[in-house]
Design a binder for this molecule. Structure first.
Ligand SMILES: NC(=O)C1=CN([C@@H]2O[C@H](COP(=O)(O)OP(=O)(O)OC[C@H]3O[C@@H](n4cnc5c(N)ncnc54)[C@H](O)[C@@H]3O)[C@@H](O)[C@H]2O)C=CC1
Ligand SMILES: CC(C)CC(=O)C(=O)O
Ligand SMILES: [Mg+2]
Length: 371
């Protein structure tokens, strides 16, 4: 297969982790005789600094013209510390999602058997957790009308959803539940918000088309608590944009680090693959960022194009890295490896999955050996 992939590595740790995802894809290309052509473009603070625009027109056009987008992260403290900045890195990401019509953001959350003691949560609580979060990505409060009064003393952000916006992602979430454990939980705040009441009404109606799927509802405040108390109760979670943003970061505690959580953002015509974390500016250039979220996002890209064997090989390589503690300091405080070394190990495993000599004391990566 030949795929043109737009690479928007962005800011902070974005370029470092995206480079490891590309390495994994190149190894897959080599092992399976696929051609992946990577085309880089600017986004976020880096794009503002070079062009004045967080999403230059040529970046957007490239994303439209390519088969898929591999995204790193955006965000820079100089904008975070200046609320009145006229353009902001986040605007580039939000516009990109909207323009590409990426309304469904799928965020898998797993407790890896080898990592159960890495989470601050007790192993018996997280064991067996395997959740797929379907977060609506192009509507809700992040996209609603904003207002700031002239004296700067009153501000508002509108949360708006239409039936059509709810229906299209709800169908995807029900279909996913049918392929998994037939359970769907809608997370909302229907006791308070009119938009949440519309979500419940529409989702209840759609449920009749999926009789095998057991549907239940949780208010988001309770869902946030259940995620910590009893996460293995969840199968597919369907929720609106901001709630999904928040509970997925919370859910990353289950796996031990947000640096493990990948995502696929899909629409009717375009697709983008992005770790759920941000630009982690404090880590920029230090080689401490976990590249696994970016690498698993590349695996989701392959799965999207039905390259299942290839996606599974990346997943196995990641599992092997976790099993052998070939990991960055967020989950390996004793013998941490750098972002690049973890990426090297995963690419090397993809090329030599049967190499039984791989072990922590003596890991052969290409020409080099790491300790
Ligand atoms: N999709 C995106 O591009 C996102 C961008 N942002 C932006 O990122 C910047 C920083 O935001 P924060 O709230 O600090 O969120 P963040 O996700 O960048 O970092 C939060 C914390 O998560 C951990 N972390 C994140 N990525 C990691 C990785 N790969 N390996 C190990 N640990 C990791 C670190 O402990 C870090 O302090 C802001 O400018 C924000 O707007 C935030 C979230 C998503
Ligand atoms: C610009 C933000 C909405 C990015 C973010 O936090 C996310 O998508 O997880
Ligand atoms: Mg987020």
């Amino acid at each position: 297969m030949k795929l043109d992939i737009a690479v928007l590595s962005g800011d902070g740790i974005g370029p470092e982790v995206t480079a490891q995802a590309i390495k994994a894809l190149e190894a897959i290309g080599h092992a399976f005789d696929h051609t992946f052509i990577f085309k880089e473009a600017l986004v976020g603070a880096t794009a503002i600094d070079k062009t004045g625009d967080p999403l230059p027109e040529e970046t957007l056009q490239l994303c439209v013209d390519t088969d898929a987008v591999l995204f790193g992260a955006i965000g820079d403290p100089k904008y975070d510390n200046d609320p009145s900045a006229p353009v902001r890195p986040e605007q580039g990401l939000l516009k990109l999602r909207k323009e590409l019509g990426l309304y469904a953001n799928i965020r898998p959350v797993k407790a890896y058997p080898t990592q159960l003691d890495k989470s601050p949560l007790k192993r018996e609580i997280i064991e067996g957790t395997d959740i797929s979060i379907y977060r609506e990505l192009t509507g809700g409060i992040y996209f609603g009308k904003k207002h700031l009064s002239e004296d700067g003393e009153l501000a508002s952000d509108l949360c708006e959803y239409s039936r059509a916006e709810i229906e299209r992602i709800a169908h995807q979430a029900f279909k996913a539940a049918e392929k998994r454990r037939n359970k769907l939980t809608l997370v909302d705040k229907a006791n308070v918000l009119e938009s949440s009441r519309l979500w419940r009404k529409v989702v209840k109606e759609i449920a009749y088309e999926y009789p095998e799927v057991a549907l239940d509802f949780l208010f988001v405040d309770n869902a946030a608590m259940q995620m910590i108390l009893n996460p293995s109760q969840f199968d597919v979670i369907l929720t609106e944009n901001m709630f999904g943003d928040i509970i997925s970061d919370e859910a990353s505690v289950i796996g031990g680090s947000i640096g493990l959580l990948a995502s696929a953002s899909v629409g009717d015509t375009c697709c983008m693959f992005e770790p759920i974390h941000g630009s982690y500016p404090q880590a920029t250039g230090k080689g401490i960022a976990n590249p696994i979220a970016a690498i698993l996002s590349a695996s989701m890209l392959l799965e999207h194009f039905d390259l299942l064997e290839e996606a599974n090989l990346i997943n196995s390589a990641v599992e092997k890295a976790l099993e052998l503690n070939v990991t960055t300091p967020d989950i390996n405080t004793i013998n941490p490896l750098t972002t690049e070394k973890v990426g090297d190990f995963i690419a090397d495993y993809i090329l030599n999955p049967k190499d039984t000599n791989l072990n922590f004391e003596n890991i052969h990566i290409g020409q080099s050996t790491i300790i």
